[in-house]
Write a protein that binds this ligand. Structure first.
Ligand code: BG6
Length: 484
């Protein structure tokens, strides 16, 4: 059966930077289902050939040395273009005829990919429905929705209602590209394909968990978007809470899309409801120095480009184990890491003064860019009495496996084509995560506390974030990954 991917927002950045290069790589690896066609839709006028030529240039740029001219020539034959306006129902009728023509009128699996302005999502969905394009009589029909899924809890709920009027939940794929990262999928494997971690993965052995997504880049040209988003909507509601869910969830009975997502949703259900008072104590916010000069940013903007949040997961496994979530732009380096900080030994036998302040064990899961896992533990320094030092067992994907890690979109696009929704957010996950972020956004909006502290670029965020951690007797794991 032919497969067709319809990309709305075909002339946008995501299409040329990520979607087409990912599809092209899958094609070169012979992983795309046979007879996969791609139809780009946007308002700009292009012929099929003009669009193919444009994509050839961008793909050779973004696919880098992997680009092969001959492969592209045969791949490009499956690419088509339609000039169309999402707000124009007639254009969906034209799309339906073109799709029939491309697919030869037989049954097909169709994937509609919304990579357009979020304010157009509901209209696109309604018009797909009205043109009969969601009807599954002639094969599966799936819709992929890019982030942001809503702007707050109410709009996310409304968007879920709008999409459910046309598509059943099993047809809906809410994308979070973090779930397509190999190291994030490896978190499931680390936890559920090994037996040594499970007995210690709980409040009896773990002091706290830190999840950091630091970026060294500033917002650059994305100031306009960032002003309406800020760090909480941009990184916490989706990527960071996804990392937290996988770190904290129980093992599902089987690796099945709904069973996995049931367990993830239960983590968010257990997060202690956030009050305005808690936000004052349990959150920190900052803005990098220079943000106000970025294009598209208001001169008196109070948008946070850094945040740290302490969440409590009130269940049997995690009671009294705080989860510290942190993300920021313009930080010391680019690193995404999950640190499982274990408890100190109950009694220290080696009281040599040189051992003062020795740390407790840590499991550091490096999500990117130095993908790997390190287990930190104390070791005796040879020939130095009973002096101890922290050392580590170090696993690196790059050292262990010859092939480079694929871009997240390859895996996710393939999963949609194959109808596997395990790595996509379900409606309840999205609504629950907004339920956590919304009260923080509201409290920040209504109160001067916590203070929005300006931090210099290329640091680990504002000083108040370090002090906040020290006041709790803890320390951030501020180590830039070593790239080999
Ligand atoms: C996006 C955010 O979702 O994720 C960006 O909108 C951020 O602001 C990006 O830079 C980070 O993704 P990655 O894969 O580079 O860590």
């Amino acid at each position: 059966m032919p497969h067709t991917i319809v990309i709305f927002g075909a002339s946008g950045d995501l299409t040329k930077r990520k979607l087409i290069p990912a599809l092209f790589r899958l094609w070169m690896k012979r992983r795309l289902p046979e007879e996969t066609k791609i139809l780009g839709v946007s308002r700009t006028e292009f012929s099929h050939d003009a669009w193919r030529t444009l994509l050839r240039e961008s793909t050779s740029e973004f696919a880098g040395k992997d680009f092969e001219e001959q492969e592209w020539a045969s791949f490009a034959k499956s690419i088509f273009y339609l000039q169309g306006d999402i707000e124009e129902p007639n254009d969906f009728e034209r799309m339906a005829s073109l799709l029939d023509e491309i697919e030869g009128g037989s049954g097909s699996t169709r994937v509609y990919y919304l990579s357009t302005l979020p304010r157009l999502y509901a209209t696109a969905i309604a018009n797909l429905g009205a043109a009969g394009l969601a009807d599954e009589t002639n094969g599966p029909r799936r819709i992929v929705i890019e982030k942001p899924f809503g702007h707050d809890a109410a709009s996310a709920e409304q968007l879920n209602k709008d999409v459910h009027l046309v598509f059943a939940e099993k047809q809906i794929y809410r994308i979070d590209h973090y779930l397509g990262k190999e190291t994030v999928q490896n978190l499931f494997v680390l936890r559920f394909a090994n037996s040594i971690f499970e007995p210690i993965w709980n409040r009896h052995y773990i002091d706290h968990v830190q999840i950091t997504v630091a970026e060294d880049l500033t917002v650059g040209r994305r100031g306009g978007y960032y002003e309406s988003s800020g760090i909480l909507r941009d990184m916490f509601q989706n990527h960071i809470l996804q990392l937290m869910m996988i770190t904290a969830m129980e093992a599902p009975a089987r690796y099945d899309a709904d069973l996995v997502r049931d367990e993830k949703a239960k983590v968010l259900q257990a997060v202690r409801p956030i009050t305005a008072k808690m936000v004052e104590q349990d959150s920190v916010r900052g803005q990098y120095d220079g943000y106000l000069n970025e294009p598209g940013v208001a001169p008196d903007s109070r948008t946070a480009t850094f945040a740290a949040l302490k969440l409590h997961v009130d269940n049997w496994r995690w009671s009294s184990v705080p989860f510290y979530l942190r993300s920021g732009k313009a930080m010391s380096c680019r690193t995404t890491q999950i640190v499982i900080q274990f408890r100190e030994p109950p009694q220290m036998l080696f009281t040599d003064s040189a051992n003062h302040g020795l740390g407790a064990n840590q499991l550091v899961i490096q999500v990117q860019p130095a993908e790997g896992i390190q287990l930190h533990f104390n070791t005796k320094v040879p020939d130095a009495g009973m002096k101890l030092r922290m050392t580590d067992l170090d696993f690196s994907f790059q050292r262990e496996f010859a092939n480079a890690l694929p871009d997240a979109y390859q895996r996710l696009l393939l999963d949609v084509l194959n109808g596997d929704a395990s790595l996509f957010a379900r409606s309840d996950e999205v609504e629950l995560s907004w339920g956590i972020i919304d009260p923080v956004l509201k409290a920040w909006h209504n109160s001067a506390e916590p203070n929005l502290e300006i931090y210099p670029e290329a640091m680990w965020g504002p000083e108040c974030a370090m002090q906040w951690m020290r006041d709790q007797g803890r320390e951030w794991f501020d180590v830039c990954p070593v790239l080999e």
